[in-house]
Design a protein around this ligand. Structure first.
Ligand code: THU
Length: 160
């Protein structure tokens, strides 16, 4: 028997001011679109802003449904939109911000497992790392240089 050890790394920015200017702007777009989330059930609002290699920004917010599993997270709303409209354009960065109506969200909110798997698909497809920045409503921002840091030992098309 032997063990496999997988380590993963994130950068931590203590505040928005510490982010590079272009990422600050991208995060502002995530905050803005977060306000349009349709989240009557969870009251948890998430915004995602994606910067593409052609300079376009694609946005998404979580969209809930009375049949709960029919709703979709902000990250997948945004990345599926990017894939649908700009199928051949590289995704460079994703900024994510989350807040809740009932409490203040001060810790960084990472994408859920299903969103990580969805982002992984596009990172694999484009053979180029996607940078992911995520935060709550305030507080620190975490950065992952690639989806791989968020989903070590991932399932991908090579297994098929
Ligand atoms: N949500 C997101 O939009 N992104 C995530 O990565 C985690 C969860 C949404 C889904 C649902 O509308 C609400 O947050 C509560 O789970």
């Amino acid at each position: 028997m032997k063990e496999i050890n997988i380590t993963t790394t994130f950068s931590v920015f203590d505040s928005l001011n510490e982010l590079p200017g272009n990422i600050q702007k991208l995060m502002e777009r995530a905050v803005e679109i977060r306000k349009k989330a349709y989240a009557p059930y969870s009251k948890f609002r998430v915004g995602a802003a994606i910067l593409l290699d052609n300079g376009k920004i694609v946005l998404g917010s979580n969209q809930e449904n009375a049949a709960y599993p029919s709703g979709l997270c902000a990250e997948r709303v945004a990345i599926f939109q990017a894939g649908a409209i700009y199928p051949d354009v590289k995704i460079l960065q994703i900024a994510i911000s989350a807040t809740a109506d009932k409490k203040s969200v001060t810790s960084p909110i990472p994408p859920c497992g299903a969103c990580r798997q969805a982002i992984a698909e596009y990172e694999f497809k484009q053979e180029y790392p996607i940078e992911i920045y995520f935060m709550g409503e305030s507080g620190a921002i975490y950065k992952s240089d690639s989806l791989k840091n968020l989903l070590p030992f991932m399932f991908d098309k090579n297994f098929l």
